[in-house]
Design a protein around this ligand. Sequence first.
Ligand code: UDP
Ligand code: MG
Length: 333
Amino acid sequence: MAPSFNITVLIPVFNEEDNIILITLAVDNVLREIYNCSYEILFVDDGSTDNTLPEIKKLVKKKGNVSYLSFSRNFGKDEALLAGFQNISLNIDAVITIDADLQHPPELITDLIKHWQSGYDVVYTYRKENNQDSSFLSKVSSKLYYWIISKLADVQLENGLSDFKLIDKKIVSVIKNLKEEAPFFRGLFKWVGYNQIGIPYKADRRINGESKYPAKVLIRLALHSITSFSTKPLTIAIYIGFFTAFISVLYIPYVLYSLYKGYAISGWSSTIATVAFFGGVQLIVLGILGLYLGKIFIQTKNRPRYIINESKLSASNSNMDQNEKNKAMDIFR
Ligand code: UDP
Ligand code: MG
């Protein structure tokens, strides 16, 4: 009996040499159980410098349903996901995105598929409180991040929203045509709309290797995701401007009064304090403007968002249409 649906599991990997086989086995284990499902695993090697790519190649030789793309350098997880989506054929019925480090429990794939079959177009997951693993600081900063983004961005992102999700093929075609520089997928999949449902999961500990997101990178990503999804910081910048201008107007009577009383010179420290304060405010506002300006600058350069160095895509995971495939085959005839 022909399979009733096709799924591609898209896995971005950056220096995950010890996890390639583990995640493949885990995904295999779950999907093999699912009646009438044919599936492929597509690794996007995001410029790994360890043995990730050789590990993938070994696997490709052994297993017919594994394929890969490999970047010329590290471009970032969202770029890896984008490349994956852009190189998946529309013959598939759904895509599942999952991390390689087994922090996204593969058993949950069964639930993702069940919800999708009951009519949802995007089945996303969000991380429940993970007490043993994360430090107090990381918990607080994660809460703060989701709070800020939910206040500023025009899409609602749940606390702990993850990149582990199932996406129906109609949304994959939307993503393929995305013109956005540096996409932020966690937000984008909310932004597309359609029928969505979220299911909670408990993140396990990372099996091998280290997290690729030290605090410095997280701050950059947080600023990027906020400025990708909202222009509210620009409005807030204007309010800050109004507010400080208002305060400084209040300050003028005090200056005049001091002048009148003859102790104008004594105001030195308050002057310095004021100058420093307004200087700081101006820099913040300029910084916010700069972030948006930078985005426009990058977008106008229109560079490719990633560079594929090598790839081995299965016939169904190739972007070529049937005509192009026939032409390519002619070479061998
Ligand atoms: N990843 C990637 N490119 C990067 C950083 C990470 O493809 O620049 C992949 C990584 O290999 C993993 C997933 O994205 O499969 C999540 O990364 P990580 O586990 O480091 O993130 P965390 O779980 O710490 O948020
Ligand atoms: Mg992880």
